[in-house]
Design a protein around this ligand. Structure first.
Ligand code: SF4
Length: 461
């Protein structure tokens, strides 16, 4: 069993091989941040392991957007305590939004925890680990100023498979009453467009076929760099990278979704037909209290623009039910809008108050059982709509980007349509298809959350 000194001792042959296990919670931005952590740790000799009992360093990359994931983080770190007691050399750290939110208080509360850091401090991991090596508990949640902030450049070899995420903007300048993100992720900072394009080129050179541009508020991109173009300009530049088969982006804010952005779906051939546009509620009264910055009519106009530019576009959204003051009539308006728009996917949640937000000062007056009933009703409605939205694929030949082996059945591939639907299909003809290929798949079966089909040889892709 290694003690702290052994673990950090560099053998004469070079860097030691150490193992790191990262548990990731939350959104795709966190998935991306986890890759950056691994990238920053690799020069220190860390290799990733799936087996946390073999790890020398365990990091929890956390999310505090909702209460439940935050509770999970505390539960997980508590369960790791016996492992730490058995192997005192094991380093335990909490990063991400929970780290940023609670900072050093976590170190006081959990004395066996070595390290707490925020999303801005990933670059500093080597220095933090050096301090831990000296036997210190380390808390680093220093928020970087816009002028000092540097994105960790994406390392192409760290990406696995034919798809990759790429953060292009961090933070959020909006003030949604329920949301803790601006408090933990700070103000918006856009990655320079030349850097974005360069990183996409590097990913494509490594074999990536599809890139998803990420941001808490991705379509606010460029507002802090007005002379360098807006989000639509960036989409056009990235779309033109030779060899990039597909481009996606997430998450868009309705208030920043303008016609220029929507027109990209018409004019950029590799921009996939999928748009996530969170509405949260279809009551103007609730939207105003949420401080979302748009009305229902304005939201519907954006949906119209999207469908006008791209009639077959797949639309997804978020709803929060039971926000303070949401009446039954407010909720019914949300149900009516769902019937009207017919989203492909809805991510829906019960409201839960988050510290440091405006909504926490409002009376959480919708009873828990009523929130649960509303959530169930909304999800039942969406399940019905989703099935009928999926049925439109039946018999069609869809362009599918092959991502890898199917988890549903042996000897099947899994890929996604341009509309972001999972498709499973048999591997025959054997050897003819590999990850990264674009194939035409005739859809023969529609399931609740996926499609099944068969490769169409002459699909002309
Ligand atoms: S737009 Fe609103 S909900 Fe989205 S991250 Fe910003 S504050 Fe949170």
């Amino acid at each position: 069993m290694a003690d702290v000194d052994d673990r950090f001792a560099f053998p004469s042959t070079g860097l030691p091989s150490r193992r790191v296990h990262v548990i990731t919670y939350g959104c795709q931005m966190n998935v991306f941040d986890t890759r950056r952590m691994l990238q920053v740790l690799r020069p220190l000799g860390y290799e990733e392991t799936d087996d946390m009992t073999m790890a020398d360093l365990i990091l929890l990359n956390t999310c505090s957007v909702r209460e439940k994931p935050e509770q999970k983080v505390i539960g997980t770190i508590t369960r790791l305590k016996p492992l730490k007691e058995a192997r005192p050399g094991l380093v335990l750290g909490i990063g991400g939004c929970v780290g940023q939110q609670h900072g050093k208080a976590l170190l006081d509360r959990l004395p066996y925890l070595d390290l707490v850091f925020g999303p801005d401090n990933i670059r500093d991991l080597p220095d933090m680990l050096a301090s831990v090596e000296k036997g210190r508990q380390v808390g680093n949640t220093r928020r970087m100023k816009r002028k000092d902030y540097e994105f960790v450049a994406v390392e192409a070899r760290a990406e696995a498979g034919p798809t990759a995420f790429l953060t292009i903007i961090k933070g959020c300048d909006k003030v949604c009453a329920f949301c803790i993100v601006p408090h933990v992720r700070g103000r918006e900072i856009s990655k320079p467009p030349d850097q974005v394009v360069h990183e996409v080129e590097a990913l494509v050179a490594r074999g990536v076929r599809e890139v998803t541009l990420l941001g808490q508020n991705v379509n606010s991109y460029g507002k802090d760099r007005p002379s360098e173009g807006d989000f639509a300009d960036l989409l056009a530049r990235v779309s033109a990278v030779p060899g990039l088969a597909r481009l996606r982006f997430v998450t868009s804010h309705p208030a920043d979704a303008d016609r220029r952005m929507m027109e990209c779906f018409r004019r950029l051939p590799n921009l996939a037909e999928y748009l996530h546009l969170p509405i949260q509620s279809a009551s103007d009264t609730v939207l105003k209290r949420m401080r979302r910055g748009y009305t229902v009519a304005e939201y519907l106009l954006k949906i119209e623009m999207a469908r006008d530019a791209c009639p077959d576009i797949a639309l997804s959204t978020d709803f929060i039910v039971g926000f303070p003051g949401e009446t039954r009539e407010d909720f019914d308006r949300s149900m009516a809008l769902i019937e009207k728009v017919r989203f492909d996917i809805i991510f829906s949640f019960k409201y839960s108050p988050r510290p440091r937000t405006r909504a926490v000062r409002m009376e959480d007056d919708v009873p828990e059982n009523e929130k649960a009933d509303r959530l169930q009703a909304l999800q039942d409605l969406q399940d019905r709509i989703m099935v009928s939205r999926m049925e439109r694929f039946l018999g069609r030949v869809e362009e599918v980007l092959v991502e890898g082996a199917s988890r549903a059945r042996d000897f099947e591939w899994m890929g996604r349509t341009r509309t972001n639907r999972v498709v499973n299909f048999p591997t025959s003809p054997a050897g003819a298809v590999k990850p990264g290929d674009l194939v035409g798949v005739r859809i023969e079966e529609v399931k609740a959350h996926s499609l099944r089909g068969r490769v169409e040889e002459d699909a002309g892709l």
